[in-house]
Design a protein around this ligand. Structure first.
Ligand SMILES: Nc1ncnc2c1ncn2[C@@H]1O[C@H](COP(=O)(O)OP(=O)(O)OP(=O)(O)O)[C@@H](O)[C@H]1O
Ligand SMILES: [Mg+2]
Length: 222
């Protein structure tokens, strides 16, 4: 269960106070997916960052699996994120110097999983994303769509409770966007993972269970 309770965020540059998120409340159950839409600058990325613990809210509470994020110490929060949260960035943030296999392995190695176990898991997901022939390619030798597949695999490899995806297909053409997004959606459903996606794309929005828009800092159901 994911709960976002009365979240407020104000950016204060000393002269102006910009109240970006106003009393945001969201609840998602296991396996549910949510599209977060809204104009550019409406606060979608800010909401995802707060929900995943990358950024602090001014007030309110994020609760994942009955654990209040604010009650965790910094190192506990890092561990929690590693184990329970996957994040897919718009520009994937993969490690260029590592190959496909190594990038996807990282979250498991950081959790001290044994190497032969990692091998099985990672090979399996590389098959699912259709990149078996690119397994040992460096990231900078892949196309944009292929990189995005690797980013999805890396986010989902340790079966997180919840995945946040910020414009996961923002830099892809229509057909690739749909294919890659379907893959993410299917994997999330298989693992009963909660999926929260910021997107401008109506086609993707329609594929998700719930839809909201951020308008003037407030949430409207669509
Ligand atoms: N660190 C910051 N300091 C001050 N203002 C910020 C900061 N981060 C974001 N903002 C402002 O908050 C607003 C919301 O930004 P955010 O990135 O969440 O929008 P968004 O909905 O994701 O937009 P886009 O669709 O363009 O990605 C913007 O006006 C932005 O300028
Ligand atoms: Mg954004």
């Amino acid at each position: 269960m994911f709960v976002c309770k009365n979240i407020n965020k104000v950016f204060d540059d000393g002269q102006n106070k910009n109240h970006i998120l106003k009393n945001i409340n969201i609840e998602l159950k296991e396996g549910e997916s949510l599209a977060v839409t809204g104009a550019s600058g409406s606060g979608k990325s800010t909401l995802l960052h707060i929900a995943s613990g990358l950024e602090d809210a001014c007030s309110g509470e994020i609760i994942i699996d009955n654990i209040k994020m604010s009650q965790l110490k910094d190192y506990e929060q890092s561990k929690f994120r590693l184990e329970k949260i996957g994040f897919i960035y718009q520009f994937h943030h993969l490690i260029k110097e590592l190959n496909v296999f190594e990038n996807i392995s990282l979250p498991l190695l950081l959790q001290n999983m044994k190497k032969d176990e990692v091998f099985g898991y990672v090979n399996d997901i590389i098959d699912k994303i259709g990149l078996s022939k690119r397994k040992y390619f460096q990231i900078d030798k892949l196309s944009g769509g292929e990189r995005q597949r690797v980013a999805i695999a890396r986010a989902i490899i340790n079966k997180p409770k919840i995945i946040f995806a910020d414009e996961p297909t923002g830099n892809l053409d229509n057909k690739n966007a749909k294919n890659i997004f379907s893959l993410l959606n299917d994997l999330a459903k298989i693992n009963n993972t909660i999926l929260m996606v910021a997107t401008h794309d109506d086609q993707l929005t329609q594929m998700l269970d719930k839809k909201i828009a951020i308008i003037s800092g407030e949430i409207k159901s669509l």
